[in-house]
Design a protein around this ligand. Sequence first.
Ligand code: RIB
Length: 342
Amino acid sequence: MITLASATIYDVARRAGVSPATVSRVLNGNHRVSPELRQRVLEAARALNYAPNYSARSLSSQRTATLGLLLPDIANPFFAEIARGVEDAAAEAGYTLLIGSTDGDPLREQHYVASLQAGRVDGILFAGANLGAPLLEGWLVRGVAVGLVDRLVDEDDVPVDAVLTDNVEGGALAVRHLLNLGHTRLAVVTGPQRVRTARDRLVGAHQAAAERGVSLDPDLIIEGNFKESGGYQAARILFSRPNPPTAIFAQNDMMALGVLRYLEEAGIRVPDEVALIGFDDIAFAALSRPALTTIAQPKYEMGRLAAQLLVERLADSQQAPRRLVLQPRLVLRQTTVVHREA
Ligand code: RIB
């Protein structure tokens, strides 16, 4: 019987015309490799079906019935609800779950993946990760089973399962609502612009304004950090200027709660003087006073679906990548009402 020896890193290097060290750098997602060299290495690895010692095959032969879930900020209730959905779907499929919080730090993400890959999990879900395509492609080509929740990598063509909300539509829903109430001086407190969901929500916000033949004032677009502190600081900037906004779209509920805290300390009445809308619909949104109008994401369902896709991929690693885009929903509460310009 003739058995084909599996390709080695040297075979990949020879085929790509690079050194074995370059192959290793590409497959470990090192950003210091030129896109042209990276592409040559990835094509050579795929052509040779390269799968080093910790490939899906070795992972599958060492099945642990455990999945890994990496989150940027476990203190943010948004990710806690995602994790709940992942855990329930994993348990129903007979998997236990290891959860890590990475603060969105790529190095911490790499560290976690390296330790998880040491045979302790069968597959890894990234929720809210800011992964670069090189890192992800390096794992995919090595046969590591991964999936994305909430955020895509910037390059749309990376062949990976993903479950997310239509963030462009969500941003448009928020601004349409404020415009429908009669507001014309709208501020947007964005998440970090390096994060795909923050950029997409801002695209939607601009689209909604353009639908009405108006444009957002760039001086009223403040970059936050998706944390309560970022909302508070952004509100302080906006209300330290002449001619402050009459409405604010905060791109997640944690920042909206920070805006609310600042306005309350400043004695500015919500919604009579300033309307406020958030994004996510975490449990605190309904509990805040006044209760927060927001754009709801199907958080628990996102987690469940992402775990189901990963479990199905572990059963059939050859299936084509799937991207599920779920719909956001406007949830009306007390922080937005009709506005009549003074
Ligand atoms: O609250 C955290 C934010 O970052 C959410 O809006 C979620 O979509 C993630 O992108």
